[in-house]
Design a binder for this molecule. Structure first.
Ligand SMILES: [Zn+2]
Length: 239
């Protein structure tokens, strides 16, 4: 086995760790949790709107109720005079009757308006209750999703720890300086995490380019513990 073979082993473990980290970052539950958050924000806005509407309705209701009692008192006043026996002239009685009819009519209209407002209040209250119920349900769902995320994170973290454990042996088997060069190369986005590559039959397995004969003989003449990079993709060659 090549002296540098452990480097490829380390790289496989690191690539696996990269995949796990990506999976951890992109857990589908994270989107679900965000959606729950957005739902709650939206629900809060709807509840605030509904409460404002309720306050307005309550004000309207108080106002109309006030008008109803004023008009009802007016009607009673007219009725009182009508049946007091003090008014006897037919023309005056007729006028009082007409006034009573008009006032009671006004009272009816106001009472109907009040009833409509009360119905609107009831509808708004039931809407608000449904919103509150939906919010509780979304919160519950959000907590469930957050639990799943925590579980998934713990599972992946354990896997990452196991990978780190497996990495120790091949790392210590490498000649001095290799892991540092490899780690620095892995930072280059261009290499997509593959900082080392096997050189097989003159072909770099990293970039799939056949090395020119001159480079190849120079590389093969190097001592095994020397750090040699592919002249084409700059990956650390395992030969
Ligand atoms: Zn290459």
């Amino acid at each position: 086995m090549s002296l540098l073979a452990p480097l490829l082993e380390v790289q496989e473990l690191d690539l696996e760790a990269d995949r796990r980290k990506l999976e951890r970052e992109n857990l589908p539950e994270r989107d679900a949790l965000k959606a729950c958050g957005a739902e709650i924000t939206n629900n809060d806005q709807l509840q605030a709107k509904s409460r404002t509407e309720l306050e307005k309705l309550a004000r309207d209701e108080r106002q109309v109720a006030g008008q109803v009692s004023t008009v009802a008192a007016d009607a009673e006043g007219v009725e009182g005079r009508l049946y007091s026996g003090e008014v006897t002239a037919p023309k005056e009685l007729e006028a009082l009757q007409e006034e009573l009819r008009l006032t009671r009519g006004k009272q009816n209209v106001l009472e109907e308006a009040e009833l409509e407002i009360m119905e609107a209040i009831e509808a708004q209250e039931s809407k608000l209750a449904k919103l509150a119920e939906a919010r509780t349900e979304t919160e519950r769902r959000g907590e469930e999703v957050a639990d799943t995320i925590r579980m998934e994170e713990a599972r992946i973290d354990a896997e990452l720890e196991a990978l780190a454990g497996k990495r120790r042996k091949p790392v210590t088997a490498l000649p001095a300086g290799f892991i540092e060069t490899y780690s620095a190369l892995r930072e280059k986005p261009r290499l997509a995490g593959r900082a080392s590559a096997a050189l097989v039959g003159g072909l770099c397995q990293g970039c799939r380019v056949s090395l020119p004969r001159m480079d190849l003989s120079r590389i093969l003449a190097e001592p095994e513990e020397a750090q040699v990079e592919c002249p084409h993709c700059a990956r650390l060659l395992v030969r």
